[in-house]
Design a protein around this ligand. Structure first.
Ligand SMILES: C[S@@+](CC[C@H](N)C(=O)[O-])C[C@H]1O[C@@H](n2cnc3c(N)ncnc32)[C@H](O)[C@@H]1O
Length: 370
């Protein structure tokens, strides 16, 4: 098959410019050449970006505490409280679903630390990631789409660094209104072309993209809201945990001059998103106000935090001091290799809490009680 960029150029030449979200969906999820759907596993040390669970197993280990707390709130007993590991499994038991689970680096330590028995599932767009997850989860529990999950369940859904990848439309502030940028063709390349704004895009930009300077770019995140709504529909009672980079609509103001749309490749900022579709990650800063608004509108309650505070509250700092003591003991009379292992576990955990790095990520907990 011809390269994705050539196919897109031909499609646009024949049928006209396409909305940016359609371009982004093709670049990330085209069955042949999409960044996530082509062969490689992306979220690993040798891949294109490094996420919290890839930095440290203590990320998943700490989130286990969150899941235990949420499930005890729903009266699912932990093993210590009398549940047998098999006892609550199955459709009657608590569900734990990770969406965009990548290599399984979050699920693995989470499931080994978790005290409450769960029926664990993963939703993953990438075939190579699904293969890796097949080694961790029971047969049939690794699916491609939210729609492939059981229709209703109680439990927890986790999405770490998923929503920043969901396709966005591009709105540009023009006077006291908005225009949109679609993807067209000029000479042999793809270019952004101005078009009249679609009503739903203008409406979202007006609600969550102001104030913006004239010519400022706003990524319109309708797909992220639709994802949250679809996830909420599945949950009878429980919580959805969204962790990502981004901020409130108010705090994103300064990022509306150039916008936050960018690409990553091999751990560095990559070329313009239109240059090499399928070859780079395409991502934006998540507008958490829009998600909070969506969740509240659907009757859910929300809690919004920074990642450093969230992990600290779940006991990560105490775990780090335990490691520090362990390291000191090993320095006195232990195995030096073991000591180095303990030290790297501790320094990796520090990375998760770094106030200008991963610690600055945002955490949204959306809870439903029915
Ligand atoms: C940035 S990676 C994060 C992986 C993992 N959550 C982590 O933190 O290491 C995003 C992951 O989400 C998957 N993904 C992207 N869009 C998806 C979608 N619409 N549904 C399910 N998975 C998706 C990608 O294949 C990729 O594995």
């Amino acid at each position: 098959m011809r390269p994705l960029k050539e196919r897109l150029i031909e499609q646009i030449r024949s049928h006209g410019p396409i909305p940016f979200e359609q371009f982004m969906a093709a670049a990330l999820y085209d069955p042949e050449d999409g960044f996530f759907t082509s062969k490689m596993l992306r979220s690993v040390q040798s891949g294109d970006f490094l996420t919290s669970p890839e930095v440290s197993p203590l990320f998943g280990g700490t989130l286990a505490r969150f899941v235990d707390l949420e499930l005890s709130r729903l009266s699912f007993p932990s093993v210590g409280e009398g549940a047998s590991a098999a006892g609550r499994a199955g459709s009657e038991g608590a569900f734990l679903v990770e969406v965009g689970a990548g290599s399984g680096s979050l699920l693995k330590p989470l499931l080994t630390t978790l005290e409450t028995p769960v029926d664990a599932w993963a939703v993953e767009a990438s075939p190579s990631a699904r293969e890796a997850l097949g080694g961790i989860l029971p047969a049939g529990h690794v699916v491609t789409d939210l729609d492939d999950l059981p229709e209703r369940f109680s439990g927890v859904i986790i999405a770490n660094e998923l929503l920043d990848n969901l396709p966005v439309a591009l709105a540009v502030r023009a006077g006291d209104g908005w225009t949109e940028r679609w993807v067209g063709v000029q000479d042999e390349g793809l270019v952004l072309v101005p078009v009249e704004v679609r009503p739903e895009v203008g409406e979202w930009a007006e609600r969550f993209g102001l104030p913006a300077p004239d010519g400022g770019l706003v990524e319109v995140q309708l797909a992220a809201g639709e994802w949250l709504e679809a996830a909420l529909k599945r949950v009878e009672a429980g919580a959805i945990l969204v962790i990502d980079y981004g901020d409130t609509a108010e705090n994103l103001e300064k990022r509306r001059v150039e916008g936050t749309l960018r690409t990553y490749r091999a751990h560095h900022l990559g070329p313009h998103p239109l240059d090499e579709p399928g070859e780079t990650d395409i991502t934006v800063d998540v507008n958490f106000t829009a998600l909070i608004d969506q969740a509240a509108g659907l009757g859910a309650s929300v809690e919004y935090r920074r990642q450093d505070d969230f992990l600290a509250q779940l006991g990560l700092r105490e775990r780090m001091s335990e490691l520090r003591y362990q390291e000191l003991d090993l320095a006195r009379d232990g195995d030096p290799i073991e000591r180095l292992k303990v030290r790297s576990l501790r320094t990796e955990a520090e990375t998760l809490l770094h106030p200008r790095g991963l610690g600055d990520f945002r955490v949204l907990v959306v809870r439903v009680d029915r």
